[in-house]
Design a protein around this ligand. Structure first.
Ligand SMILES: Cc1cc2nc3c(=O)[nH]c(=O)nc-3n(C[C@H](O)[C@H](O)[C@H](O)COP(=O)(O)OP(=O)(O)OC[C@H]3O[C@@H](n4cnc5c(N)ncnc54)[C@H](O)[C@@H]3O)c2cc1C
Length: 459
């Protein structure tokens, strides 16, 4: 034990950020991640103050054969940010976002959340495609691909990644871009944290907002059978400015809904329009005719506000279990499966969402970046969520049953950022014919698989 402590003191002397051990104040907070189902205790947490803390921590851990996990925003469903007994390299204190509005570029540290990014970029009326929950980490989201409300118009998050600074397993600090270390740049755009630790991202930015037309329309679930085929037809010709996601869940106690429907099973259309508001309103009028809604709340609002709209439903601290599939089409048979599962939600917080992507994200060739399934027009996630461990078995069984029944209608592969720890066998299919190239790049940059707490690509 004494030796172990001495060793940690040596690590402390080599970094600027704090190094927390289990008895230290702040340790318990620092080991919390979004999914409360994951409960692991690293032997040490290095709270990196700057990029310079990464190489000595890697060197210290590697030279002693100590296991390494990397944390950005701590949102990964599989809990890959946490290890038991090793070192967690915690990048979350590194949150700076610098915007060069003339060049429409953002330079982002790896602990920044989507909220940090949006605030800084929107101060200049700019944005780039990110996810739908503001507390998600930029780092993990980007490395797995990244999609959200702007994806149909501007592509995946990785499609706007211009360059990244990467610390490799052997401590080298490399720049990855179209002109430098191109294989590494290809791999980190979808290949996750397998190849090194990104200490800085550089993104393209686009003019967005500051106000956007967005909001929710809430229908009773018993209208879903008539509504969903209309949605499918509508989605097939929707302009790229428009994203309409379908969420099936119990109606939350939203102020625009009559109290009597709170907690009843509902179909929610979450609507975002990144274009001329008058044109957007016309499209939304079509959606309104899909059924007889319980209520709606749609209008112009700050982009940053919409980016936080789902935060209350996705707050950290609950137990979460996900199953996800990609789709090119949404046939009737699939809706039967969806509606059966939506009629049996095992807890009030569970939901099934169908994220509408497609658009520009479909136009990049499948082998242009590591993210392979460029044909996906929709990503469905069955989101099991509850508060008590005693609910785990029932909730997990519900999600798995849905996944098995929905799978025959899905297109190939899946989204690595939505996969749980038990889904390692889905990783090769997620990368399709890009997988062999990823394995070769892994072998070149991380032959000892130092970075293995992730959706792992074994060389
Ligand atoms: C509530 C919620 C909403 C979400 N919504 C969306 C969405 O709309 N769109 C979408 O695309 N995804 C979404 N996701 C999925 C999200 O993209 C993944 O969970 C992602 O892994 C989160 O990144 P993080 O940095 O917060 O995670 P972390 O758990 O901190 O990191 C995950 C893994 O990424 C790697 N990693 C993190 N930082 C670095 C780094 N700097 N260098 C190298 N590797 C690193 C490590 O392997 C790490 O274990 C959502 C997740 C949640 C929980």
């Amino acid at each position: 034990m004494k030796t172990q402590l001495n060793r940690i003191d040596e690590l402390r002397s080599r970094v600027t950020g704090s190094v927390l051990q289990p008895a230290d104040p702040g340790y318990e907070d620092a080991r919390q991640i979004w999914n409360a189902m994951i409960d692991r205790r690293p032997a040490a947490i290095v709270r990196c103050a700057h990029a310079g803390d990464i190489p000595p921590t890697l060197d210290w851990a590697r030279s002693r054969g100590v296991d390494i996990a990397v944390r950005g925003g701590g949102h990964n469903i599989a809990g890959s940010a946490l290890c038991d007994g090793g070192v967690m390299i915690d990048l979350s204190p590194m949150k700076a976002v610098r915007v060069d509005s003339d060049r429409r570029r953002a330079f982002v540290e790896p602990g920044a959340t989507l909220g940090d990014f949006d605030r800084a970029a929107q101060a200049h009326g700019l944005a780039t495609p990110m996810g739908i929950n503001s507390t998600t980490g930029i780092a993990g989201l980007t490395l797995g691909g990244g999609f959200g409300w702007l994806t149909r118009k501007y592509g995946l998050t990785i499609d706007s990644l211009v360059a990244a600074d990467v610390v490799t397993a052997d401590g080298r600090q490399l720049r990855a871009s179209d002109s430098q270390n191109r294989d590494l740049f290809w791999a980190i755009r979808g290949g996750g944290g397998n190849f090194g630790i990104v200490s800085r991202f550089e993104f393209k930015l686009y003019p967005v907002g500051p106000e956007v037309l967005a909001g929710l329309m809430v229908f009773p679930l018993d209208q879903a059978r008539a509504l969903l085929p209309q949605y499918r037809r509508f989605a097939a010709s929707a302009p790229e400015e428009l994203s309409v996601w379908v969420v099936l869940r119990q109606a939350p106690p939203l102020p625009f809904l009559p109290q009597a429907v709170h907690g009843r099973e509902a179909l929610v259309l979450a609507i975002f329009y990144a274009g001329d508001a008058a044109e957007g309103r016309e499209l939304i009028a079509t959606l309104r005719r899909f059924g007889d809604a319980w209520g709606e709340h749609i209008g112009l609002q700050p982009y940053t506000q919409w980016q936080q709209a789902f935060d209350p439903l996705l707050a950290p601290g609950a137990r979460n279990y996900w199953k996800s599939l990609n789709f090119i089409d949404l046939p009737d048979g699939l809706w039967d499966v969806v509606l059966t599962a939506a009629g049996r939600l095992p807890s009030p917080q569970c939901e099934i969402f169908v994220g509408m992507i497609g658009g520009v994200s479909n136009r990049t060739p499948a082998d242009a970046t590591a993210y392979f399934h460029r044909d996906a027009k929709f990503v469905m996630n069955v989101h099991g969520r509850w508060q008590q461990a005693a609910q785990d078995a029932r909730g997990i069984a519900w999600a798995r049953e849905f996944f098995t029944a929905a799978q025959p209608y899905a297109s190939a592969g899946g989204y690595v950022n939505f996969m749980t720890a038990e889904e390692g066998d889905r990783i090769p299919a997620a990368y399709g014919s890009n997988y062999e190239r990823l394995r070769a790049i892994k072998k070149a940059y991380d032959p000892e698989n130092v970075f293995h707490h992730n959706q792992n690509i074994a060389s």
